[in-house]
Design a protein around this ligand. Sequence first.
Ligand code: THU
Length: 131
Amino acid sequence: MNPEKLIAIAREVQQNSYSPYSGFKVGAALLTSKGNVYTGVNVENASYGLTICAERAAITAAVAAGEKNFSSMTVVGDHKGYTYPCGACLQVMAEFSPDMRVNVTDGENHLQEYLLRDLLPQLFSLGNQEV
Ligand code: THU
C-alpha cells in the first residue's frame, strides 16, 4: 500500500480523535505484514495521565485482531511541523516489530520515512536479548 493511501486513512480517522484537553488531534494508520491496516486516534481523559496515544491505540487494535507483525506506522498530527511518535509509542512498536518503518507527516502531508531503529536505537528489551 502506498504512503499516500496510508496518510489518507490516517487523516480520515484523525477526525475521530478525542482530544478536548490538548486540542491536538492525532491519527495513526498501522500497516501489517499481511497488508491489513489498523487505525487509532488519541483518546484523552480528564485525568490527563490516562491519555492514550493514537499509535498505541492502533497497535492494540491490531493485536486484538491477531496481528503482531507490522510494516509501518503512519502518523498525522495537527500542526504545521512533523508529528513524531512519542518515546512510549516507539517502545511499544519495538515490542512487536523493531524493524518496522515510521512515516511522519507535517501539516501539508509532506512525508518523512524512518526506520524505528533509527528513532529508538537503544530500545529496552528484557535480558538484553536481541529483538
Ligand atoms: N499524542 C499522540 O497521540 N501520539 C504521539 O506520539 C504524541 C502525542 C497525543 C497525546 C495527546 O492527546 C496529544 O497528542 C498532545 O500531546
